[in-house]
Design a protein around this ligand. Sequence first.
Ligand SMILES: Cc1cc2nc3c(=O)[nH]c(=O)nc-3n(C[C@H](O)[C@H](O)[C@H](O)COP(=O)(O)OP(=O)(O)OC[C@H]3O[C@@H](n4cnc5c(N)ncnc54)[C@H](O)[C@@H]3O)c2cc1C
Length: 219
Amino acid sequence: MLSLQADIEAAGGQLVFRTPVTAMALTPKGITVETGGDAPYALRPEIVVNAAGLDAIALAHRMQGLPPEWVPRGWLAKGNYFSLSGKAPFSQLIYPVPEPGGLGIHLTLDLAGQARFGPDVEWVAKPDYRVDPARRNRFATAIRSYWPDLPEDALVPAQAGIRPKISGPDMPAADFRIDGPAAHGVPGLFNLFGIESPGLTSALALAAFVCAQIGRPNA
Ligand SMILES: Cc1cc2nc3c(=O)[nH]c(=O)nc-3n(C[C@H](O)[C@H](O)[C@H](O)COP(=O)(O)OP(=O)(O)OC[C@H]3O[C@@H](n4cnc5c(N)ncnc54)[C@H](O)[C@@H]3O)c2cc1C
C-alpha cells in the first residue's frame, strides 16, 4: 500500500485521510462534493470514483440527482474467523468445496505460521465485528470434514469482516458492479458496488478498468 501511495504522490496525487464525503450533488454544471472531518471542504471534481466499500451504497443514496434505480439493494454477509491454539500440522492453505455466499471455512496461515479458519457466511442486518463463540461447534464440524483430528477446544474466536454484497441469501452470486456514465448517464461518475471477495486480489484490475473508461488507460 505504501508503494501504491508513493506512485500516487509521484504522479502529483494526494491522499487525504479522515475526510468523509458527507454530501454530493450531480448538477448540469458538474459534480459537487462536500467533505467533513477536521477541515470540512467543498470541491468540484471532474471525476468521482465511489469506491467506499461497505458504504458505497449509502454514499450513492446521498448523491443528490442520482436516480434511485442506479443504486442497488445491498446485503451484509459477515465472515467470522477462529484461530487455532497450538501449532497446525499443515504448511499449505486448505480450501474445501465452496458454500453458498462464500468460499467455505478454509484454512489460512499467517506470516508467523499461525493457523486461522474461516470465513463462514452469517447474514447480518448491520455491521458488528464481534465473533460469537457459539459458532465454534459449526466451525469444528466443517473443519473435521477435511481434518478429522482437530483437537477439542482448540478453536479460539478471532476476527470478523463484512462483505458488501449486492445479492442476498438464496440468490445467485452477483458479479462486481461498476456503473459509469455509459450506464447512468452522469459524466465523470463511477460507482463501484458489491466489491467483496476477491476485491482485494482484483483491486488493481478494477482500477485499470475504471481508468480505461475515464480515458486514461495508463493512469
Ligand atoms: C471475511 C472476508 C474475507 C475476504 N477474503 C478475501 C480474499 O481472500 N481475497 C480477496 O481478494 N478479497 C477478500 N475479501 C474482500 C476484500 O477484503 C474487499 O473486496 C476489499 O477490501 C474491498 O476494498 P475496497 O477498497 O473496495 O473497500 P474498503 O476496503 O471497504 O475501503 C473503502 C474505503 O472507503 C472509505 N469510505 C467509506 N465511506 C466513505 C465516505 N463517505 N467518505 C470517504 N471515505 C469513505 C472507508 O473508510 C474505506 O477506507 C474478503 C472480505 C471479507 C469481509
